[in-house]
Design a protein around this ligand. Structure first.
Ligand SMILES: [Zn+2]
Length: 410
């Protein structure tokens, strides 16, 4: 049966790629600037080429495979994802989208005839965070968002991002040429594993992503007074640690509002951080995520109020500075409809979900309309060796992608 062969081929490619991992690292580790990453992309290149794609590496180190369409006037349809992993990561986050995209091209070629619209399959360089403190390196360059300042960022060994990029086949001096001029792309589709458990809990095979969560991050400073832990009565204290505890609980309450977002305090630093001194200063970082820009904006205001009021009740001064405010990426309405119809065409009734993790699609949204398809992650596990998607589930995702590309490009 052609359909099970399809899923089988994508799954087999995923397992082949998973053989190229960093020795001595846990799980399936293939970090962006490792020797194994460089080597693994020879396999990606080979798979693209044998699927009938014309392959090139751009100055940002992205691998781009082209299937020329019959109408050269039409902007290209872009399919892609990434093949790097986090340390101790899994075999599906990223590669699933690249391997499925290559399979789409195989299927089109096996059907015979060229598509009307040119199709590009892209393996974006380094989507996961790295030692240079920057994620989505390749897609950022495509969007024109990789600045000369970014290229001068250094890792712990003092190597610059520009040097690291050159070592994996990029050309930092020509980085501007990696940016796609307007009119290059008509749309970007990315298949990815959900990295959550909504699909599994609903016993569905596919989700159409509504939006990719925006992230707002604030540093909150709380200034109290250092005092002797024995001689200072309880009602004479300005305890920055307790103010931080109250602020953290308020942040949790804000995150629970309306079920439309999440909120986390993942970092807390104390001074003097001593067992017999009332804490003088606390610095914490609060972050919020939501696919809903209005919810994020309202949360900003509410957090501001919390920082003004909660510490004051303890004689502590609170102040807030925004570290970053990335707005949600909204998936294009018309592409979402195409994905919904494509899923139904293959007998699936998809969920519609926001993505709580970032993706290359966020950068691509600056270039063209974007949309994403999710396939299930067993137990919602991701960024760990247990990350798993069944071969049949990979197949369903691939077939939906084939159906969508048929609607958009053939
Ligand atoms: Zn990913």
């Amino acid at each position: 049966m052609a359909s099970s062969e399809t899923g089988g081929r994508v799954f087999a490619d995923l397992m082949r790629l998973a053989e190229v991992v960093e020795p001595g690292q846990p799980g399936w580790t293939r970090r962006v600037f490792s020797a194994e990453y460089l080597r693994s992309r020879e396999l990606v290149w080979e798979l693209m080429e044998s699927a009938g794609l014309e392959v090139r590496r751009d100055p940002a180190g992205n691998l781009i495979g082209t299937l020329e369409g019959t109408d050269a006037q039409l902007p290209a349809l872009i399919l892609g994802s990434h093949t790097d992993t986090v340390a101790g990561g899994g075999r599906f986050d990223g590669p699933c989208g690249v391997m499925a995209a290559i399979e789409v091209v195989r299927r089109i070629n096996e059907r015979g005839g060229r598509p009307r619209r040119t199709i590009w399959v892209v393996d974006f360089l380094g989507e996961e965070p790295n030692d240079f403190g920057i994620s989505c390196v390749g897609s950022r360059a495509v969007a024109g968002h990789l600045s000369p300042e970014h290229l001068q960022l250094t890792d712990r060994s003092g190597r610059t991002l520009a040097e690291a990029l050159a070592a994996v086949g990029g050309d930092p001096d020509r980085i501007g040429e990696a940016c796609w001029p307007e009119g290059t792309a008509s749309a970007y589709l990315e298949l990815h594993v959900e990295q959550g458990s909504r699909l599994e809990e609903a016993a569905r095979g596919l989700a159409v992503v509504t939006a990719i969560a925006g992230i707002h991050r604030a540093e909150i400073r709380l200034e109290g007074r250092a005092d002797h832990a024995g001689t200072t009565p309880m009602d004479r204290r300005s305890d920055a640690l307790l103010a931080a505890a109250e602020v953290s609980l308020e942040v949790e309450r804000l995150g629970r509002r309306e079920g439309r977002g999440v909120a986390t305090v993942g970092r807390l630093e104390l001074e003097p951080n001593s067992p017999n001194v009332v804490a003088e200063r606390a610095v914490l970082i609060a972050e919020y995520r939501s696919g809903d820009a209005v919810w994020l904006a309202t949360t900003d205001d509410l957090l501001q109020e919390v920082v003004e009021n909660a510490p004051a009740r303890r004689g502590v001064r609170g102040s807030l500075a925004w570290l970053s405010r990335e707005e949600p990426t909204i998936c294009a309405e018309e592409l979402r409809s195409v994905l919904l119809e494509s899923a139904r065409e293959i007998g699936e009734e998809p969920l519609e979900l926001p993505s709580w993790a970032g993706h290359d699609a966020v950068q691509m949204a600056a270039v063209c309309p974007v949309a994403m398809l999710f396939v299930p992650s067993r137990g919602g596990r991701s960024h760990c060796p247990e990350e798993w998607t069944d071969p049949e589930q990979v197949e369903v995702g691939t077939r939906a992608l084939v159906a969508a590309v048929t609607r958009l490009a053939v």
